[in-house]
Write a protein that binds this ligand. Structure first.
Ligand code: UN1
Length: 504
């Protein structure tokens, strides 16, 4: 399977790939589905890191001279190449991180979408003009390329999250240096190879770079590197806290997309025929390993028993198994540690008064010894300490409420602030959740009658509080990848000072 995918992606004989083993300087990638080793990946050391960053910094100086719409044409060709390789790359995602086939390919579609978005953007990096208070003066601001951008990505979106950053950065005139998760380097090697092949064949080597290594050797160097003005990092709050501190120390910019502990509120007037499937996808899709996964369900007390019954019935039909097999809806967790985290959370919830309605155990899948767990629903009526933590697994805690303001307060009562949703047919409930005063959801994403996960690329993606505050992907997120310059131009014949100051 792997060798077929590698040859479909023109990666056979790639210098990074080797046999799995314990040799120093090689990471072994294992299948989360079978537990068996898939491949070995050669890691960067301090010297190769240095060569890569120096090359990226040099490439930046050439790339920023290429007009933005011409940069857009390179990104257009990259998007086309991802279209051609969508199925093979999507299946590689499934093989490496255990996403079901449709979600693996969906992730590559997200990359294609952001490439399209970036192409359009390449003609729309608009600045502003402002009226000057001084006669014969003009004021304007423009957006300029920033420099090499460091991209740190997590295992769960091993292709698309890099693309959100790399495609935008490319049209903005930046080069990118990508450090992928050591749990998903194969997808990174393939994704980077596609982008780099296209850019190099169009005369722009070095726009896309890849460094693969441990936090000690590569991660710490990257975040502390003064040649890299922006670090865009996706991962845990613990990782983001470290990145934020190191980058701030050197006055760099950090764009952080960290943990989420997302809730959906279900009001008594919600259309349950629509709400239940939306909640199930958000809660168990990607086996609960999206940062946007619904982890908490806040249900009106009048319908709580009914909602739990319907969810339990839906969960019982979910097929757990080989992510590449037809009909599978839930694949494995990424590794044995993730299974331990799942079991620990279930045990803590029980100890804290939660009752497990569905699941709660490892799942046995015949013929496969991977890291499978049962999608789990835990009813606790009100928040418990473990439900305030993000466990990267398919666990849904159910609470009840009678007053919508209390439901919103529960939505907001966690350290993270990424995504949120309300299901209701009432305008009042929906608008209270989105109140322009800010008294509704405190998250970066707040949806109505749509689940917490599965955002489109066109919106700005990110969240508040311990989620880190960054925004990636659509809307005007591109501004994070450029620097702003304000200019005052005196086209008259006299010196005129602002604020009416006289200095004769
Ligand atoms: C992530 O889990 O880090 O909104 C990103 C979503 C996807 C992106 C998730 N489009 O669920």
């Amino acid at each position: 399977m792997l060798s077929d995918l590698l040859s479909a992606l023109d990666l056979s004989g790639h210098p990074r790939l080797t046999n799995p083993g314990d040799t120093k300087g090689v990471a072994t990638v294992s299948s989360p589905t079978t537990g068996a080793p898939l491949a070995g990946v050669k890691l960067d050391d301090a010297d190769s890191y240095e060569r890569t960053v120096a090359a990226s910094a040099a490439a930046f100086k050439a790339w920023r001279e290429v007009p933005a719409p011409v940069r857009g044409q390179v990104v257009r060709a990259i998007g086309d190449e991802f279209r051609r390789h969508k199925d093979a790359l999507g299946d590689l995602v499934s093989l490496e991180v255990g996403k079901i086939r449709s979600e693996g390919r969906g992730e590559v579609q997200e990359t294609i979408d952001i490439a399209d978005f970036a192409v359009g953007l390449s003609r729309q990096l608009y600045g502003l003009t402002m009226p000057s208070e001084r006669a014969h003066h003009t004021m304007k601001e423009q957006w300029l390329p920033l420099g090499p951008v460091g991209v740190i990505s997590a295992f769960n979106f091993p292709n698309a999250v890099w693309a959100w950053n790399a495609m935008l950065a490319a049209v903005c005139g930046d080069t990118t240096i990508w450090k992928p998760s050591l749990l998903a380097p194969l997808t990174a090697i393939a994704s980077h190879a596609i982008a780099d092949r296209v850019a190099t064949s169009m005369g722009h080597p070095g726009v896309f770079s890849l460094v693969i290594g441990t936090d000690d050797v590569v991660g710490e160097r990257l975040v502390a590197d003064p040649r890299i003005p922006l670090i865009s990092a996706t991962g845990s709050c613990r990782m983001g806290r470290r990145v934020g501190q190191v980058v701030a120390q050197r006055f760099g910019r950090a764009l952080l997309e960290l943990g989420g502990n997302n809730a959906a509120i279900v009001h008594h007037d919600a259309d349950l025929a629509m709400a239940i499937p939306a909640i199930v996808f958000s809660a168990v899709g990607t086996a609960g390993q999206r940062c946007t996964t619904t982890r908490r369900l806040i249900v009106h007390e009048r319908i709580a028993d009914d909602v739990c019954k319907r969810l339990a019935a839906a969960y019982k039909t979910i097929r757990i198994g080989d992510p590449l097999a037809d009909g599978t809806l839930v694949g494995p967790l990424i590794n044995a540690r993730a299974v331990e985290g799942f079991l620990h959370a279930v045990e803590s919830a029980r100890a804290q008064g939660g009752s497990v309605l569905v699941g709660g155990q490892r799942a046995r899948v015949s013929g496969l010894s991977g890291h499978f767990v049962e999608p789990t629903i835990i009813r606790c009526n009100k928040p418990i300490p473990i439900s305030c933590e993000e466990t990267f697994a398919p666990i849904l805690y159910v609470f009840t409420y009678s007053d919508i303001q209390h439901a919103i307060a529960m939505n907001n009562e966690v350290p993270q602030g990424l995504s949120s949703a309300v299901f209701s047919d009432s305008l009042r409930i929906a608008e209270a959740f989105l109140s322009p005063s800010g008294s509704g959801s405190d998250c970066g994403i707040a949806n109505v009658n749509a689940g917490t996960s599965g955002a489109e690329i066109g919106g700005a993606f990110g969240g508040e509080k311990e989620t880190g505050g960054g925004r990636e992907s659509g809307s005007d997120s591109w501004k994070a990848y450029m620097r702003r310059q304000t200019s005052t131009i005196n086209w008259g014949t006299q010196v005129r000072l602002a604020q009416g100051i006289r200095f004769d």
